[in-house]
Design a protein around this ligand. Structure first.
Ligand code: NAP
Length: 339
């Protein structure tokens, strides 16, 4: 470790951020091809996540995926502030945050963005996403049966009112890009048709057992960059996001065999595949060895065409984040969310 500034060190075993591949957005801007997730899955404290952000930036991560609902943005803000004080230029960092479901109302989007900026101690965000495409609220850490009595399905006219407020944030210079998350092709088609400022990215669940090929290609064909959440299959996700029949990517014999060939952990293989497949994975980890190997995975020892094809054939359509807590009165089951 080489010391640089008070409380912040540059990791001499890290990866040069200039070596990390980048994806070009339709605006010509570039986003680092791997990011760091910051959702503590209800069991990792905000302090620990913030410490991880510091470690990650010192190792060469430059893309951090935040959200107001993760409840840790002010602590992450301290970490980012320290990194910038120590000499990491703001324009080298790509900071994403997300609008939570209870802040879609008229006037709320600006308030939510301002709060996130204050917490993260930034004067602009690189990307602001609408976290889920409908309004509702549930308590952080709630169980799988929890429902918001006022929850509503996707109503395009309502979504566009939220989107107009997102567009305003771009015009005000508070956010550089806006995007969607947890949408489907049918919703995205309408959003793209009616948006004045188009979404540049769509954040979606993507891992070997859940490749969402139709949505993935639709996103790319429409000039958007797919950001892949749960790239490792979220082995420590909260109980509300677990269901009988869920499969485990890192225990798949194909993943395990290819990982062995490359002498990496199956988790690292998932990250390698994701970047080569064209999405921007945002793996979460608090373990420095894991953080480092996930980052190194994208700059060395690429998978062969045959290996990529083998993983491409492994899709099991196994959605892990089903979103059942967002269901509205009258909805049949979680599949209604994804129509
Ligand atoms: N837009 C959305 O609606 C949405 C939804 C879900 C998630 N997200 C975002 O996506 C991020 C990632 O998703 P996730 O955290 O659920 O799942 P994930 O990244 O698929 O999995 C994280 C888990 O993998 C383990 N891991 C990471 N690297 C490893 C390695 N090299 N070797 C062994 N184990 C490893 C971590 O444990 P260790 O700490 O022990 O390494 C952690 O338990 C979130 O943090 C959040 O930012 C967004």
């Amino acid at each position: 470790m080489t010391s640089q500034g008070e409380g912040f060190t540059i990791d001499s075993d890290g990866v040069d951020p200039n070596q990390v591949p980048k994806r070009t957005l339709c605006t010509g801007e570039k986003i680092p091809a791997i990011g760091l997730g910051t959702f503590g899955s209800d069991h990792v404290s905000g302090e620990e996540v913030a410490e991880t952000v510091k470690k990650a930036v010192s190792m060469g991560y430059r893309n951090i995926d935040c959200a107001s609902v993760y409840g840790n943005e002010s602590l992450i803000g301290d970490a980012l502030h320290e990194a910038m004080e120590a000499g990491i230029p703001r324009n080298e960092l790509w900071i994403t945050s997300k609008l939570w479901n209870d802040m879609h109302g008229e006037g709320d989007v600006l308030i939510s963005c301002a709060k996130t900026l204050k917490d993260l101690k930034l004067d602009y965000l690189d990307l602001f996403l609408v976290h889920w495409p409908f309004q509702n609220f549930h308590e952080p850490g709630c169980d799988a049966d929890s429902r918001d009595r006022n929850a509503r399905p996707y109503i395009h006219e309502e979504f566009m009112k939220t989107w107009r407020q997102m567009e305003r944030l771009v015009k005000l210079g508070l956010v550089r890009h806006i995007g969607t998350s947890n949408v489907t092709i049918s919703k995205l088609r309408m959003i793209l048709r009616d948006a004045e400022i188009k979404p540049v990215c769509n954040e979606m669940e993507l891992h070997p057992h859940f490749q969402q090929p139709e949505l993935f290609h639709f996103v790319k064909e429409n000039g958007m960059v797919p950001i892949g959440f749960c790239p490792i299959g979220s082995p420590r996700r909260p109980d509300r996001d677990r269901a009988p029949g869920d499969t485990v990517d890192t225990e798949d014999p194909v993943v395990m065999k290819i990982a062995r060939n490359h002498r990496v952990h199956p988790s690292v293989l998932c990250v390698k595949w994701a970047v080569q497949n064209g999405q921007v994975p945002i793996p979460f980890s608090t373990n420095p060895t894991h953080l480092r190997s996930n980052l190194q995975a994208v700059v060395e020892d690429p998978l062969t065409k045959e290996e990529m094809e083998k993983i491409g054939k492994m899709d099991r359509n196994c959605r892990l984040i089903k979103g059942q807590v967002f269901l509205w009165k009258g909805a049949k089951d979680w599949r209604d969310i994804w129509r």
